[in-house]
Design a protein around this ligand. Structure first.
Ligand code: 4AD
Length: 457
């Protein structure tokens, strides 16, 4: 269907005075005796193109004023009558698809909760138009960042026989349903597709490390799956995960990379999506653009876990969960650190080894590991990061201490046997950084189809 993107018409002055064909959905319609004004949107921009219909010269189909109707309009592009920009004086209107009155988007503003019930329709709102375009721009920026810096893009398996680090969080994959004819679990799994228990990957890290030991710098960008029973505004069961893995990098090096990457992506969104950011600032987060500018302009804080515990204790705040060295931080603590104490992104480093994963490099103090989480105001943790334990014996002892089956990790241990090097990596939750950049406060509103406990369509 030959037509011009509404974005091109609105951004490129060259169309003024020309006849053009546009397609789109009717967002608002004002109809009077002699004239009609239709706001058309085709999804290429947040802005609507005004279609002006002079009823004396054009017989307008009735359905053209129905909210949500799909139209093909031919007309002359002219400077807009009020304000800047352009509009189209229609010479013909074809209704491609009528939209009856039970179309759910009749009101100008709908609650986000209500829209979650209609994921197939909510993409037609300004909010989701903006969220999904920013998501796309950010994905491209992340790829560009890594490609420009000589990282190789790796696709790690989604079906896995090991559970990486996620005890109890793995979705099981099976081709045989419940069946009482098997004597025990062992026999059941032996008869299943892979001949052993299999699941969906919670992280591509272990395979990413394999790739980094040959390619030096790699990154993954794909879905991870977690069967966490946490019904929070920050968790989904299927999220998109960016995981770089870098050989010859220690913790300070990977922290530098993570900060550089975040700033690159934010700069790119600020340059490419000014309309969307203005929209989010107006609707969802006051001061959003100033916040993003300040992230780009300033260094992130780097704070030791032990220091943070002392600061939380000294704060005098009554937290719901206890604050004690050795305990994991809860969202309320993370948010206090980044929102109240530092008021900017914070890399929290050197966590107690017992609350972190087996593969993290053990610090000389024997108590902590070279790990860091990046915490940001409003969202909390967006990155989990560490230097990896590169010493074979230390890694084996950490695994044994956790009762892990070493046979399942033979490949991984081999990496420490054959030319082991210091190396580090991190996982960035794509939806979490989109929340931070857009000011959207619920992760369910930054992904097309959120999967959460008890919710799959
Ligand atoms: O901190 P996590 O669990 O780290 C790992 O998976 C490491 N293997 C990463 C690595 O070193 N390669 O997860 C990394 C990030 C979190 O900081 C968070 O942003 C995101 O993944 N994440 C989730 N996002 C949405 N919903 C969930 N259920 C998430 N779980 C983790």
């Amino acid at each position: 269907m030959k037509h011009i993107d509404i974005r091109d018409i609105m951004e490129n002055g060259a169309y003024v005075g020309q006849e053009a064909t546009v397609c789109g959905w009717v967002r608002t319609a004002r109809d009077s005796k002699n004239m009609a004004f239709l706001a058309l949107n085709d999804g290429t921009t947040l802005n609507h193109l005004q279609i002006v219909v002079d009823k004396a010269t054009l017989e307008m189909p009735v359905a053209a004023t129905h909210l949500g109707s799909a139209l093909k309009v031919v007309g002359t592009v002219v400077p807009a009558m009020n304000g800047g920009g352009v509009e189209i004086n229609a010479v013909s209107i074809e209704v491609l698809g009528d939209c009856p009155a039970d179309y759910p988007l009749q009101k100008k503003f709908q609650k986000l909760e209500t829209l979650r019930e209609i994921p197939h329709i909510r993409v037609r709102t300004n909010t989701f138009n903006a969220v999904l375009r920013i998501r796309s721009i950010m994905a491209a920026a992340l790829h560009r960042y890594f490609q420009e810096n000589h990282y190789t893009y790796i696709n790690t398996p989604l079906l896995t026989g090991s559970d990486c680090e996620g005890a109890g969080e793995v979705f099981q994959v099976t081709t045989i349903g419940y069946n009482t004819e098997y004597k025990n679990a062992e026999e059941y799994y032996a008869n299943d597709f892979f001949g052993k228990r299999a699941g969906l990957s919670v992280s591509g890290q272990l395979e990413g490390e394999v790739a980094a030991m040959g390619l030096g710098k790699i990154y993954t960008f794909g879905p991870s799956f977690r069967a966490e029973n946490s019904n929070t505004p920050r968790h989904v069961a299927e999220f998109w995960h960016i995981e770089p893995e870098v050989a010859f990098a220690e913790l300070p090096d990977i922290i530098e990379i993570a900060e550089d990457m975040i700033k690159y992506v934010i700069r790119d969104v600020m340059e490419k999506c000014p309309d969307e950011l203005a929209f989010f600032e107006q609707r969802f987060e006051k001061g959003l653009r100033e916040k993003l500018q300040s992230v780009v302009d300033n260094d992130f804080a780097i704070v030791d876990y032990t220091t943070a515990i002392d600061q939380l204790k000294a704060s005098g705040v009554k937290f719901e969960y206890p604050v004690e060295w050795g305990l994991d931080l809860q969202t309320e603590h993370e948010r206090y650190i980044t929102e109240e104490i530092y008021k900017k992104p914070v890399f929290l480093t050197n966590y107690p080894k017992d609350i972190k994963a087996f593969y993290m490099k053990q610090n000389p103090d024997g108590k902590t590991v070279a790990a860091t989480d990046l915490l940001v105001p409003g969202v909390g943790e967006i990155i989990g990061c560490s230097e990896r334990e590169a010493d074979y014996d230390k890694l084996v002892s950490a695994m044994e201490a956790r009762g892990m089956n070493l046979d399942d990790y033979k490949d991984y241990l081999d990496l420490r046997k054959f030319g082991s090097v210091p190396h580090s990596g991190f996982g960035l939750g794509f939806e979490r950084i989109i929340m931070y950049v857009t000011g959207m406060s619920n992760i369910r509103d930054v992904i097309l189809y959120p999967r959460t406990v008890g919710n799959i369509r």
